[in-house]
Design a protein around this ligand. Sequence first.
Ligand code: NG1
Length: 396
Amino acid sequence: MSLPVPTVKDLSSIYSINVDGQAKRYARLTESFEKTYGSKPDFIARAPGRVNIIGEHIDYCGFPVFPMAIAPDTLIAARASGTSRVRVANINSEKYPARDFSATGDVFDIDSRVHEWSNYFKCGYRGVFDYLGRKDGKGFDVLLDGTVPAGSGLSSSAAFVCATELAVQRINNVDLTQSELASIAAGAECHVGVNSGGMDQTASIMGQQGSALFIEFHPRLRATPVKFPETSPPLAFIIANTLVVSDKHVTAPVCYNLRVVETRILNRALHVFSETLRVVQFRQICEHPSGDNVAVRLGALMNQSQDSCRDTFECSCAELDELCTIARGAGAFGSRLTGAGWGGCSVHMVAADKVEQVKSALAEQYYAKRYPQLTREQLDDALFATAPGCGACYYV
Ligand code: NG1
């Protein structure tokens, strides 16, 4: 059964750490909204990024994947305006200047040749209305605040598109289910020229606190929460960003979209089938963690996935390989790229008592050498521990 998107009133049901910091962020967003548009927002729509633990470049072939939602997210503060305009602004107005569209006209026109931030808003907007077979949108004002780094493999685009869908449907008094919204969002990025699969959008909408998701696409979209095995010490995850920006939209013809068609070629297909098997094995070990060395066996599957991405699918890069080598050397059970690759982030599975040790090794051997000018804050944004977080919701 697919559920509607929940509405929450308490930030501690969204975030498990730094709830005070998030409360300040939400208050800043509400204040900026009031300054920009003259009154408070009606609600805030929230959709998270995700980290894929295993199952890379197989969602668009229809095979199952194993991601989890994370705390970094896109917030969209929104208010019905009673006009016929859709006004879209971003907290980061220098990088993402404000735009203004007709609610029934040019908001539907997406020029995929232009690299324009508001195109992702239009994808979510158009996705909902195309699905409903309507074009009669109401005017509203939105202000965005995103903390998922763009081009990092943590699905900033899916978080943006999913949060937009939530805002659009609530303003227009529509209440689609989570699986409807995930499916719509999965198809919507084709309007910006990326032939994406459905992993990111499903993880963003259906994420569950404390669980990863085993996502299947056939015979229909289904996300089954799976807990990581209880080990002693418990398992923990670290995300490390190469800081090499990999923009799928810009490089689609020679990277992402090319791989989508290349999966028909035996070379590439070997990755797809072997990776699918690893996803199934990973789930089996999580659900039936009998025998010794559970963490080592899970880690080995992640390491094999990285080898296959590097050698057979050729979507890794020197910086991702280096992060994986350093983390494994410092005690990680498994290390691999996450997301499309060619830059962006890596993910590392470690024992909870090794988190600081692995982070220090990465900080000293990668970031201090390649990016000596990074501030403490920038380093904290690039290298952080993470846990399975909850999916999209409204905050009122
Ligand atoms: P990232 O790089 O996180 O956007 C992309 C695709 C996924 C999946 C992975 C590779 C989009 C929106 N997402 O993820 O569907 O194919 O690459 O496993 O294009």
